[in-house]
Ligand binder design. Structure first.
Ligand SMILES: C[S@@+](CC[C@H](N)C(=O)[O-])C[C@H]1O[C@@H](n2cnc3c(N)ncnc32)[C@H](O)[C@@H]1O
Length: 309
């Protein structure tokens, strides 16, 4: 199977396009069961409400149960594509994340290891429209691993935040031979050294990757594809959970954000999306970025176009 694939197909057919047990990272950003048909918006950026372009994908379902059945089949093949050190990141919102977590817990524990690693609360910064109750201003990314030896690049600067100035002044009062400020803490009788310039682990609430709609400077990143995620978010996920040269899979690639992030970081990718507009948008975006890839249209593995680097 060729590396750097962009495939127009159903995510359920992922095993056609990648060898089981081969991926460092699978990131899934499926339809969330929103109950609407998403339309394209101008590439220069506009609010979702003003998205009046052609219908791009349909996120209406007969019932939540029907949606969850659909999702489970695609989650199962995504899990099987993971290498033993691989992780699966499932991006959803409040509409289905609770029920989907039950399904994912079951799918992963069936493999013998209780696979839930944790979750990221992503704040797109779009505000909320709710008139009653707190409203919803976050989305959730559930993280699962096949084994306890999963790959986690926790020291990558993208997963670190600077210590507060007050904390630096109060606690990082010692310097090593090289002049680096550090503090030492004793936990359970063992001493740990923390360097000020490494920053602190970012933790599970990510508020610094605003969506394109929320952030005017990001509008140049906007392809016009609805529900496009910001590159900074995918850059962080790819850095956290894959190695240079490793394989990153996105079975719902949409505008191709994950694929661009993976390529820029020297990872290989397989992107799948059933939608014609997604296929076209990702194709154009990768070409614009100078990323080499091979495009296929299911069901026959026809090479539509090969773009040289
Ligand atoms: C939330 S969007 C993904 C957005 C993407 N992460 C981005 O940054 O642009 C969900 C995508 O799932 C795709 N999709 C829906 N059903 C699918 C299926 N059965 N197989 C593969 N893709 C599907 C839609 O076409 C849509 O592009």
């Amino acid at each position: 199977m060729t590396d750097n694939l962009v495939v127009r197909d159903d995510a359920a057919n992922l095993p056609r396009w990648s060898t089981p047990g081969s991926a460092d990272l699978v990131y899934l950003d499926p339809p969330f069961s929103v109950g609407v048909r998403f339309r394209a918006r101008p590439a220069a950026g506009a609010t979702r409400a003003r998205a009046t372009g052609p219908s791009v994908y349909d996120d209406r379902w007969p019932s939540l149960a029907a949606y969850l059945d659909w999702l489970e089949a695609r989650l199962a093949v995504a899990r099987d594509s993971l290498a033993p050190h691989g992780t699966l990141w499932l991006h959803l919102d409040q509409r289905a994340v609770h029920e989907a977590k039950g399904i994912a817990d079951r799918l992963f524990s069936a493999a013998g290891y209780e696979g839930f690693v944790g979750e990221v609360i992503w704040l797109p910064g779009n505000g909320t429209k709710a008139k009653r109750g707190p409203g919803v201003s976050h989305q959730t990314i559930l993280i699962y691993a096949r084994t306890a030896e999963f790959l986690w690049n926790g020291q990558d600067p993208a997963l670190r935040a600077p210590y507060a100035a007050t904390s630096q002044a109060m606690h990082f009062t010692r310097t090593d031979e090289g002049g680096r400020a550090f503090r030492e803490r004793v936990v359970g009788g063992k001493s740990y050294r923390y360097y000020a310039d490494q920053g602190r682990a970012l933790g599970s609430v990510w508020a610094d990757c605003p969506s394109m709609v929320a952030n005017t400077p990001l509008r140049k990143e906007t392809t016009g594809y609805p529900t496009q995620k910001p590159l900074k978010l995918l850059d962080r996920i790819v850095r956290a959970a894959s190695a240079p040269g490793g394989l990153v899979i996105d079975p719902f690639h949409g505008s191709g954000t994950t694929l661009v992030a993976a390529a820029k970081l020297g990872r290989r990718f397989v992107g799948i999306d059933v939608g014609e507009e997604a296929h076209r948008t990702a194709h154009e975006r990768l070409t614009r970025e100078g990323v080499p890839f091979v495009a296929h249209l299911a069901p026959v593995a026809q090479a539509a176009k090969a773009v040289p680097s």
